[in-house]
Design a binder for this molecule. Structure first.
Ligand code: GTR
Length: 426
């Protein structure tokens, strides 16, 4: 009997996997993108037209924010303030003598729960209270620089043998392996600070909810969030807001000019962080793709079902209602971008990153633009995508760079140029 049940289980697993691979064959053919109606960010769910900023702010923005909170990323189940912060290291001579370095532990304690994440900051010496780029990194703060003073995280990390990362632990071997993605000196030379955090210190990127920040909120023996509560993306976005709380208390930075940045899954995170927390002055999404800037209804490259299947912990469980059912979405990702209005937002794609649907990322910027216009800000006014390496930099900015899914010096040069105009009025 047992053997029979086991056999049955194996067959059904096999079948569902087979179905899975047939259904999830990604589409890369523009002519096969389904026709769909783009939901209007300026019409409420009840069909009322939004004609002014007041109605946007009082009615439409809250209902859209609520939709993304309850059905896509999940809500934070409660409030938790920083218990303590500690400057654990400071150096006056970083980045070829041009910057100070600060490493700050942000600590949370509640009952038996304890969590600490570290912010690595480089601040240009010649600017008092600089604006600052804030973004997570994938493999630890010490990977973004060859600076030997940067502390190595002891948090769980995904193995990456090519970076010398094994047994889920970071060592000296991975110092500097991600230098290519962080134009630290360019940022400092341009008069900006850089703050970065290893995202795994806030919530390890694996499909469980036992570690990181989630357990702080469990009551009555619960071990996982409710269907409308946070997945990892909200947890990471929450962490960025706590980093901003700290910065509001750090008189060496301008907390009113924090540009939240992220690449890929962390670009989804930066968009959601900027949408949730209006204190972020500007937002950059680099190659964020599905569940980030790309419009889900296009089903081009990665799809909702596919992402929920590969990364069941990123979104809230309610998002699974849209697996193979994108048509039913009452709002699409362009309305996530609209939640950032009127603050500057930059969406960037890469030509060879078809999995992230560059055209879908661009169209989000375009379809969010009427909300920016409502505020008298300039968005993206043409539905035609700009040519490769020809950025359009208005309050809503977009570029598609040549090359693969990555963050390059070219991307950083654009972000700096745009921030100079949008935020610093250079
Ligand atoms: C991919 C995932 C993308 C993107 C990427 C990343 O495997 O399908 O949505 O987030 O990971 O974060 O590197």
């Amino acid at each position: 009997m047992k053997v029979l049940i086991l056999f049955g289980l194996l067959v059904s697993c096999y079948l569902s996997n087979a179905q899975f691979s047939i259904k999830f064959e990604p589409n890369y053919d523009e002519s096969k993108v389904p026709e769909f109606t783009v939901t209007d960010p300026l019409t409420t769910f009840k069909g009322r037209k939004v004609r002014n900023v007041r109605v946007w702010e009082k009615k439409r923005r809250p209902e859209l924010l609520n939709f993304f909170t309850e059905n896509v990323y999940g809500k934070v189940p409660g409030e938790l303030k920083i218990s303590e912060w500690k400057i654990v290291e400071k150096g006056e001579n970083a980045v070829n003598g041009k910057a100070i370095r600060k490493q700050v532990d942000i600590i949370f304690e509640k009952g038996n729960n304890y969590l600490r994440f570290n912010i690595l900051m480089y601040l240009p010496k010649n600017i008092e209270k600089p604006p600052i780029f804030l973004g997570y990194n994938f493999y630890g703060n010490h990977t973004i620089t060859d600076d030997v003073n940067v502390l190595i995280s002891d948090a769980w990390v995904m193995d990456n043998p090519s970076f010398g990362i094994i047994n889920n632990q970071l060592t000296e071997q991975s110092r500097g392996v991600r230098i290519n993605r962080w134009a630290v000196e360019k940022i400092i030379d341009a008069g900006y600070g850089l703050a970065t955090i290893y995202y795994g210190e806030v919530d390890p990127d694996k499909n469980d909810f036992y570690d990181g920040i989630h357990p702080f909120f469990y009551e009555n023996g619960r071990q996982q969030p409710a269907a409308n509560e946070w997945g990892s993306i909200t947890a990471w976005a929450w962490g960025l807001s706590r980093a901003l709380d700290y910065m509001e208390n750090d008189n060496e930075v301008d907390a009113t000019k924090v540009i939240v940045f992220g690449h890929s899954r962390l670009g989804k995170t930066s968009l959601w962080a900027g949408a949730r927390d209006e204190r972020f002055a500007a937002v950059i999404s680099n190659n964020s793709g599905c569940g980030g800037a790309a419009m889900s209804k296009r089903k081009f490259g990665e799809t909702v079902a596919r992402i929920n299947n590969s990364f069941p912990h990123w979104f809230c469980r309610n998002f699974r209602n849209y697996n193979l059912n994108e048509e039913a979405l009452p709002a699409d990702q362009h309305e996530l971008i609209a939640l950032i209005a009127p603050r500057p937002v930059y969406i960037a794609s890469a030509e060879e990153d078809q999995w992230a649907d560059p055209r879908g990322e661009f169209l989000s910027a375009f379809y969010a633009s009427p909300v920016y216009n409502l505020f008298g800000k300039q968005g993206i006014s043409y539905e035609k995508m700009p040519a490769v390496n020809q950025p359009v930099q208005n309050t809503v900015a977009y570029h598609i760079r040549s090359g693969i899914h990555d963050v390059t010096d070219y991307d950083w040069e654009q972000y700096i140029k745009w921030a100079d105009r949008q935020l610093v009025n250079k």
